[in-house]
Write a protein of this length. Structure first.
Length: 67
C-alpha cells in the first residue's frame, strides 16, 4: 500500500502542476489579436489665420455651423 502511494506521488504532483497552468491560462485576459492595432486619432492642427489678413471663405453652410 505504501509502495503504491510513493509511486503515485510524482504523478499527482505533475497533475497538480498541469492543472494549475491550465487554470491560469483559462482565467487570464485574452490577448489582442495580431491584426488589432491600437488606433490613434489623427489630429489636424490649425495653422492659424492666413498671413494675408483675409478670412478664409466657408466651404459650405454645413461646415460653417460645425462646432
Amino acid at each position: 500500500m505504501i509502495a503504491v502511494a510513493v509511486l503515485l506521488l510524482p504523478a499527482l504532483g505533475v497533475l497538480l502542476f498541469v492543472m494549475d497552468r491550465v487554470e491560469e491560462r483559462l482565467s487570464a485576459r485574452p490577448s489582442a489579436p495580431r491584426h488589432a492595432r491600437k488606433r490613434h486619432l489623427r489630429l489636424v492642427h490649425d495653422a492659424g489665420a492666413p498671413r494675408t489678413g483675409r478670412l478664409p471663405a466657408r466651404r459650405s453652410r454645413r461646415h460653417g455651423k460645425a462646432a
